[in-house]
Design a protein around this ligand. Sequence first.
Ligand SMILES: [Zn+2]
Ligand SMILES: [Zn+2]
Length: 347
Amino acid sequence: MSGLPATMKALRYDKPKSYAVVEVPLPKLRENDVLIKVKACGVCGTDLHIHDGEFIAKFPLIPGHETVGVVAAIGPAVKDFTIGDRVCADNSELCGECFYCRRGQTLLCEHFEAHGVTMDGGFAEYCAYPAGKVFKIHNLSDVDATLLEPASCACHGLEKIAPKLGSTVLMFGAGPTGLCLAQLLKHNGGSHVVIAAPGGLKLELAKKLGAADEYVELSRSNPEAQFQALKDANPYGFDIVVEATGSAKILEDSIHYVRRGGKLVVYGVYSDSARVTWPPSKIFGDEITILGSFSETHMFPATIGYLDSGKVKVEGIVNKTYKLEQWGECLEAMRNKTAIKAAIVFD
Ligand SMILES: [Zn+2]
Ligand SMILES: [Zn+2]
């Protein structure tokens, strides 16, 4: 590891809400690890939950799970990377031995570890990942490449939805992963994709990216008339309805837009206490499939294919960037929603 500094700057939490930018030793490389000099690391809702101590995080912790950078060093067993390669990293580390891993359901691993959540991640000048979880990128900018992790979750969602050719789609919400999923559905069987969301930054961006075929701007105070108009204009409903706002109320109503034989995708982040009431007779009689999708494993190669080629567009989703030292400001922009999505950037 010649030419590397002995220490690095990192944003470290010793417990929830208690963080500082500190000088720490560089991460130790295991045989198969790649050391990444971080260029950008995306910030997402999960980081807010980690800050508040509401997630499965283990402290002390360097958060950051949407890491992009260049290879700075490689472990002795690493073959396919050279110093200077531009890369991104998949943050999950799976045990390979538990009940679910043995059944090939790795996403459900009982000993699921994740960089930036239970292990140190990318809010630091350097971080180390196993080579099998590191992927080369070519065209995407560093900042746009931070979307590869959330877009991989959208790709997993696409796989679970398995849309039929010619499907019509209604998505509630226009957040970062929703914008990726809407485009993926457009490219994979979606004949007509509608995004319904309150007016504002996110919906404007959706239009700019061409994420859907039709946009419904929902009134923030009283969207009832628009909900009714949407139902009236689509008497047969939609083959696929995606609830991507995290509102239990909208989720509850979503089922009434699902076409007979269609699918309802539970795709938002809901509080643990949220509950919905659905008529079982409708699910039974209309043969509705209700499915969930929250994370991903092994979707990076497919996702890089979509994003690095520009087929799925992400430019502008990250609309705020900050230095490590501005973490407080960044948290504030996430909270007050002036950031569609933020990223921490390094020189
Ligand atoms: Zn995230
Ligand atoms: Zn496992």
